[in-house]
Each structure stands twice: as C-alpha cells, then as structure tokens.
Ligand binder design. Structure first.
Ligand code: SAM
Ligand code: DTB
Ligand code: SF4
Length: 325
C-alpha cells in the first residue's frame, strides 16, 4: 500500500509501518498526499450543538453524559426546534458551513423526539448549511428518514481499536458501530466516523483504529480525530495527556490512507499548541470544530482560530460552496 494506490485496502502492517516511520518523513509524505488530492489552503468549519444532554444509558467511559458516570452535568430534554435554529443561524454568522447536532441517546426512538429532530434537520438545511447529526445507533429505516429530511452526514465514531474497545464501552459492541455505519452508507448519507486518542490506549490501538477506518469501503467522507477531553467524574478523568507527536502521527497516517477524506482535528485542540495544530494542518487535517463550545466541554475561542488561519493562510469554506450540487 502506497499513497499512489489509495483505494487498496491496507493491511494493519501497512498502517503500522507508515505510522511508526520517522516523524518528519511521515509529515512530508502526508503533506504531499494532501496536496495531490485536496486544496491545502481550504479549511472546513463545523459547529456543534448538543440538542439533548445527559442521562445516557450507555457506559462510554470518556463521556460527561453517561448516566454511569458521576459528572456535574444535569440532564436536559431535547431542545426546542426554534432554539436549535437560532443556534444554527449564529453558527453560520460565525463562519461555520456545517452544523452538527448531537444527542445523548443510545439511539433515537421513533416518535415525537425523532420527528422533532427530522424537522430540525430540514430547517437547518434550509439555512444553507450542511447538516450532520450524531444520535447514537440507527437502523436502515431511521437512516432513510434522516436522509429524506436533508441530513448530509451521520457521525458515529469507532472510537478506538477493536481490541481496546471493550475497555472503554461495554453496553454496545464495535460490530454494532459497524452496523450503524453500514445503514448510514446504504441510505445515501455521507459517513463521518473517527475516534478518540489519549484514553490509555497503546500506539498499536491507534494504528488499529486507523486501519479499521481505512478498511471501510468506500472510505468515510469525514474522519474526526479527537483527543480525549478528560472530564471529572468519568473513569478516564486522570488519563495522561496525549503527546502532541501522537496526534500528528495519527492525522498524517489518516491522510495517507484516506487521501480524499475531510480529516477533522476535533476535540482536544485546547491542549495542543498553535505549533502542534499547525503540524496537524500541514499533515492533512482540513477541518475543525469552530466555536467556543464542543458538546459539553470548552473549545478554542473563535478569535484565536481566525488569527491562526490568517497566520497559516487557511481559508474557511464559504457557506454556499459547501453545499454539494
Ligand atoms: N450519543 C451519540 C453517540 O455516542 O454516538 C452521540 C454523541 S457522542 C458525545 C459523540 C462522540 O463524541 C463520541 O462517539 C465520542 O467519540 C466523542 N466524545 C465524547 N466525549 C468525548 C470526550 N470527553 N473527549 C473526546 N471525544 C469525546
Ligand atoms: C466527534 O468526533 N467529536 C465531536 C462530534 N464528533 C460529535 C464531539 C466531541 C465531544 C467532546 C466532549 C464534549 O464536549 O462533551
Ligand atoms: Fe451516550 Fe454518546 Fe456519551 Fe456514549 S458517547 S455515553 S452513547 S452520549
């Protein structure tokens, strides 16, 4: 497997060899692949909104919203549609081209709340924004309804390697996640899937995660690479922070094996320096979450992002050109 044959499914060894190469060679190679397949000056900006907070029955050990974790977050019901639309308008005014709605559900239950989410999607789309949602596990019927409502992307992360996964979540399996991704793909929506680094996993687990993502056929259109945001009251609250070079290696390897995907430098940017982020952008990250809030935790202030983009010569996508024709 080489950057010249990006469509071939790589073996885990292929991914390992690339991931573990000398860092500067890896960055150089990823930057070359990025320039061959994408406009390196372009950066896509998504904005997140947590439309339903807390009391989630799943036991994801990183998450502030799991009912299994004793965090400070109080549960809140599904937001009203007009509040969501006002937030989407603010996100658009702030420069986001994609609006991603997240719900602390194991999966949506058909009925009033799911219908309300379908309405939100249609109305956000009508603002000229790309739409994304992350609502947990969905089946083919739900995926079709979401697609028909105007949902462009469905986010559902593999989170980590298949072997480390049971250390992190026990209430649903890695294969459950693959099933949801298959339903998303079948519906015609675009697939957004990635993972979290810095959860106490080994380098081999990070390699396994990227291998699993690159084995999806076709490749996901969007790949968020998150660094754990340690949340007090979760089992991972005292996790050691991820060394910056591991983030760079993960982004670069993702770019090399998925040359055309949107690689998003996602949660955890607050713990990266401007220089660390710059290396990630050079290595092929071409998307971020814009706005001072992720779902439940803080994010980089928009002014700092604008200043960094100016320094680096990165141009956020204009809202309208983000809509596929
Ligand atoms: N409940 C839905 C689900 O899990 O699919 C959607 C919301 S969930 C919060 C979306 C994703 O956010 C998770 O799959 C995980 O990858 C990421 N995430 C959650 N908490 C995080 C944290 N503390 N640090 C980094 N990423 C996190
Ligand atoms: C993704 O990969 N990262 C986003 C989005 N998909 C939904 C979520 C990050 C959440 C960070 C922790 C929080 O704010 O609760
Ligand atoms: Fe629930 Fe999603 Fe958090 Fe897991 S990551 S506990 S499914 S909100």
């Amino acid at each position: 497997m080489t950057p010249d044959s990006p469509s071939a499914t790589p073996s885990r060894k292929d991914v390992r060899v690339v991931y573990r190469g000398p860092l500067l060679d890896l960055v150089y190679r990823a930057a070359s692949v990025h320039r061959e397949h994408n406009d390196p000056a372009q950066i896509q900006c998504s904005s997140l909104l947590n439309i339903k907070t807390g009391a989630c029955p799943e036991d994801c050990s990183y998450c502030s919203q799991s009912a299994h974790n004793q965090t400070e977050l109080g549960p809140e019901p599904l937001m009203e549609t007009d509040e969501v639309i006002r937030a989407a308008e603010r996100a658009k005014a702030g420069g986001a081209d994609r609006f991603c709605m997240g719900a602390a559900w194991r999966g949506p239950r058909d009925g009033r709340d799911f219908n309300a989410v379908l309405e939100m999607i249609t109305e956000v789309k009508a603002l000229g924004l790309e739409t994304c949602a992350t609502l947990g596990m969905i089946d083919e019927g739900q995926a079709t309804k979401l697609e028909e409502a105007g949902l462009d992307f469905y986010n559902h992360n593999l989170d980590t390697s298949p072997e480390y996964y049971p250390e992190i979540i026990t209430t649903r399996t890695f294969d459950d996640r693959l099933e949801t991704l298959a339903a998303v793909r079948k519906s015609g929506m675009k697939v957004c899937t990635g993972g979290i680094l810095g959860m106490g996993e080994s380098e081999e687990d990070r390699i396994g995660l990227i291998h699993s993502l690159a084995s999806l056929d076709p490749h996901p259109e969007s790949v968020p690479i998150n660094a754990l945001v340690p949340v007090p009251g979760t089992p991972l609250e005292d996790s050691e922070s991820l060394p910056w070079d591991q983030m760079v290696r993960a982004v670069a390897t993702t770019r090399i094996f998925m040359p055309e995907a949107r690689v998003r430098l996602s949660a955890g940017r607050l713990s990266l320096s401007e220089e660390g982020q710059t290396l990630c952008f050079l290595s092929g990250a071409n998307s971020i979450f814009l706005g001072d809030q992720l779902l439940t935790t803080p994010n980089v202030a928009p002014g700092s992002d604008t200043a960094l983009f100016e320094k680096l010569g990165l141009d956020p996508l204009p809202v309208t050109s983000a809509i596929p024709v």
